[in-house]
Every structure is written in C-alpha cells, then in structure tokens.
Design a protein around this ligand. Structure first.
Ligand SMILES: *Cc1c(COP(=O)(O)O)cnc(C)c1O
Length: 339
C-alpha cells in the first residue's frame, strides 16, 4: 500500500463527486450560461458576503488575476518571504503584472501589521517602486499550515486603508483555517478586497479555484481571466465537483487536522527527528537530526512506500488529506514508531 503524503492535491474524485459531475447541468461559461458554474459562483460569493465570484482553473491563475487587478507595471506588492505568490507561481508576479515583491521576514509565513507598515515605500519618494498591494496567505503553505491571528489581519487592514493599498488573500487552504479557528468566510470577506480559494486541495475536487471581490473588480477580473486563457466552456463539470466538495467533504477537514497532530506527536518522540513545527491544520513540517539516524529514517519510509516532500533547507513535509485513510494512518504511525 502506498501512503502518499506529499500534498493534499493528490486526491482522486470520490464516487459521489464523479456522480455529481456526470449529472451536472452544463452550458457555455464564456457566455456565462453554465448553470453549475453560476450556482457555485453565487454560492461562494454569498459565503464571503461579496457581490461577485469567478471560477478559475487554478489557484495560481486566481492569485495572478488578483495581483493584476490591484497593481500597475513597475509597482510593488508586500508579502511574506514564504508566500506562494512569490515562491511557487513561476515568477508570474513579474511576468503577468510587471510588479516586484517586497519580502517581509514574518513568523511561519505571517507578517505583523508593523512589519507591513515598515515595508511600504513612501509614495512621494519617486526613486522607489510605488507600493500598491499587500498579499497575505491563510493557511500558510511554506509556514506549515499555520493560521493567522484574525486581530492581526484587522490591524493590517487598517494599515492598508490608511495607505490606500489593496489587500488580497491567497486562501488556497482558507477552509482549513476556518475549521481550525472556528471562523467564518464572512469575517474574511469583510476585510479583504479579493480572496482566492481552492477546491483542489483539502476539499478533494480535481481542479478549480474561485476568486471573490466587488462588482467592479470582478468585471475586470473576467477580462484578465480571458487574457490568461482561463475562459472555459462546459466547465460546470468541474464546478459541480467543487459544489459537491463543499456539501460533503468540508466538515471532514477536521479529521485531516487530527491525523496531522497525531503524526506530529509520534515524530516528536523520534531520535531521527530534531524538530517538528506546531501543527494547526493538515500540514506537518519537520527537520531530521544531523546524525546517521537520518538515512535510516528515510530508508524506512521509502521501503514502506511512504511519500513525503522535501521543502528545502532540511525541512520535510507531510500533508494529510481525503485519500489518506484511517487504515493508512494506523499503518503510518506504526511504521514511524519503528524508525
Ligand atoms: C496550492 C496553492 C495555490 C494554488 O495552486 P494551484 O496549484 O495553482 O491551484 C496558491 N496558494 C497556496 C498557498 C497554495 O498552497
């Protein structure tokens, strides 16, 4: 049995999801005539208390569109040095929007309002790029699935307001944060100008993200999505999978969180492991001790067909998900405890 913990994106559609996809009502979404897409967009917009939502083929395209909405070429956005938009979107920030990133060294991917304020270039100092956007990420991917303190987000919002900056949330795993912290989508809709969310991570859909925002921004986003090649036709097949995920595969995220905590507890007791980052959601990031127990540990996992990812800098990552079953979990804890 293979135990694939590289990412929560490795899940396959469940039978119920496939059934929902196969029976979805379809139309041409470039003409805004796909009932399944329209229903999903309306539903997600309402969840966040935003007037409008748009379906995207990827979280990357949704983030890239948001950045383009809030900036002009030559300008700068402020983000944590761990940000997905900076590290893992192929340099799209500079390619698509012609902007640079002012990187802030936050804690596990999260900046303080004071750090954000200090990173803003004075607008009348024309030698430096004009700061126009602040981008946050919740949960933080490279930060090990850490969740923001909502009060700090409110403080960042007021910094953005006083400097007239846009505020975007990369919420690829916001669902995990909402469950972990008992927060609501509305709380996030109240603060951010744009929010992207993914259905292809913990929720288990094969493809799909949604960007929410106000009417004006989303009308512009429609054109940008078209330019990026993200206008799709009978894409209700995928929207139906996302709707199914919200109905049937949302509450279970807490099971992923529980399993991740249990993995961390076992890792913490191993001689081969030097440190484990605190687990708040479904991501476990840990480091191995720099002695020869390291090879033993990795060979043990390999021989049992356990896959994990190397985050660089000596950090390893395991992510729990829908297809990581109870049986696999029991098995893994046993494999680990013999490491
Ligand atoms: C996965 C992810 C995205 C989007 O990735 P896609 O693979 O393009 O859907 C964006 N931000 C974060 C933090 C992610 O983990």
């Amino acid at each position: 049995m293979q135990i694939d913990l590289r990412s929560d994106t490795v899940t396959k559609p469940t039978n119920g999801m496939i059934e929902a996809m196969m029976t979805a009502k379809l139309g041409d979404d470039v003409y805004a005539e796909d009932p399944s897409v329209n229903a999903l967009e309306a539903r997600v917009a309402t969840m966040f208390g935003k007037p409008k939502a748009l379906f995207f083929p990827s979280g990357t395209m949704a983030n890239q569109t948001a950045i383009k909405l809030h900036t002009q070429p030559g300008e700068q956005l402020v983000c944590d040095a761990y940000s997905h938009v900076y590290n893992y979107e192929g340099g799209g920030v500079s390619f698509n929007s012609g902007v640079s990133c002012k990187l802030v060294d936050g804690h596990r991917g999260m900046m303080t309002a004071a750090q954000v304020e200090a990173a803003i270039n004075p607008p009348d100092f024309y030698h430096s790029p004009l700061t126009s956007l602040v981008s946050l990420e919740n949960t933080t991917n490279k930060g090990g699935g850490a969740c923001w303190d909502y009060q700090e987000i409110l403080k960042i919002k007021s910094v953005c307001d006083s400097h007239k900056l846009g505020l975007h949330l990369d919420g690829a795993r916001l669902w995990n944060a909402l469950i972990s912290k008992s927060e609501t989508p509305q709380q996030y809709g109240d603060v951010f100008d744009t929010i992207s969310v993914c259905f292809s991570k913990g929720l288990g859909a094969p493809v799909g993200s949604v960007l929410v925002g106000n009417e004006n921004l989303m009308n512009k986003a429609l054109r940008i999505r078209k330019m990026l090649g993200g206008g799709m036709r009978q894409v209700g097949l995928l929207a139906a999978a996302a709707s199914y995920a919200l109905d049937h595969q949302y509450d279970r995220l807490k099971e992923d969180h529980q399993k991740a905590k249990e993995i961390a507890e076992v890792l913490n007791q191993l001689e081969a492991v030097s440190s484990v980052e605190p687990v708040e959601t479904n991501i476990v990031i840990f480091k191995l001790s720099s002695n020869n127990s390291q090879d033993l540990f990795l060979n043990n996992l390999k021989s049992h067909n356990v896959l994990l990812s190397d985050m660089g800098g000596g950090k390893l990552r395991m992510v729990t998900h829908l297809d990581y079953t109870d049986a696999m979990h029991t098995n893994l804890l046993e494999i680990l405890s013999k490491a």
